[in-house]
Each structure stands twice: as C-alpha cells, then as structure tokens.
Design a protein around this ligand. Structure first.
Ligand SMILES: [Zn+2]
Length: 155
C-alpha cells in the first residue's frame, strides 16, 4: 500500500515512512492535481480537508480527523485495516521516501557515532540522500508506544 499525504500531514507522512510505507508528501494545494497524482501512482490519498471526500475520485481517500500524529496514524491504520509490523521498520528513507539498502557494518565505520557502531549490528543506507539509518531506541520506544496506543483503542 502506497500513500500521498497533503501538506497538512507532513508528520504523518514521516511516520508512515518509518513504518515502511512508500509515502509522498504533496507540496501543492490539496486540489484536483493531488487526486490526479494519487490515481496515477495508485496511492491512497490522505487529507485533512473534509470537502475532498465529495470530489469525484475513483481511488481510495482517507479524511484524517485528528490533530495529533499518533491518533492520525491510528485512524489511517484502522480505516485501511493495516497493522504496525516491526519487520518493515526502516525500509524507507524518512527524508526522501527512497527504499533503503542494507549495508555491512564495516561499510559505515567512521560514518556513524562510535557508540552506535559499537552497539548496533544492522545498518541501512539511502541511495538518494546517502543517509545511514539504524534501529535506535527512540524509534523502538515510539513504535512500542504507538502499538500500545493503537491496541488500547482498537483491541
Ligand atoms: Zn534519503
């Protein structure tokens, strides 16, 4: 499943990428072009604009109600029946939405902080921005919080 998010949903787009979903952020207005792009690329359209649902659109559209990113994520996952899957974490670059490539530990020597190098074993690189990613504790914590949050509301 792929997504396109309107300009009001930048944080949500980031989180969907963290969860491993190909998600583009639409930079222009949330208008016909937004829907056309969604349709052309087979993406689920995510918007905060309530009137978008009334537009003629044969693709899938989710109107996001909440202002808070965790709740927004919960809404999307519930409406589309998708679940957070830890094995998909860090498969997409959070910054540029490119698919990350696994790299060997020796390839990132000197490119990540020493304590990260010493404590982590799995690294991935973005072919577009060359950023290096690894599963960090802050992401693990956020992911677990998110799972707890979603499970609490949608057991
Ligand atoms: Zn990147």
């Amino acid at each position: 499943m792929k997504f396109i998010a309107d300009t009001n949903l930048g944080k949500l787009a980031k989180w969907l990428r963290i969860l491993g979903y190909d998600t583009v952020s639409h930079r222009g207005k949330t208008d016909r072009d937004f829907l056309r792009k969604a349709q052309r690329e087979g993406r689920v359209a995510l918007t905060r604009k309530k009137d978008m649902a009334a537009r003629q659109f044969s693709g899938k559209l989710v109107t996001v109600e909440s202002d808070h990113v965790q709740e927004q994520l919960g809404e999307v996952m519930e409406k589309l029946s998708i679940c957070a899957d830890a094995s998909r974490l860090f498969s997409i670059c959070v910054r540029c939405n490119a698919a990350l490539v696994a790299v060997g530990k020796e390839d990132v020597a000197g490119m990540v902080p020493a304590f990260v190098y010493d404590t982590q074993s799995a690294f991935r690189r973005c072919p577009s921005c060359r950023g290096i990613f690894w599963p960090g504790t802050h992401i693990d914590n956020a992911f677990n919080q998110l799972k707890t949050h979603i499970q609490r509301h949608h057991p």
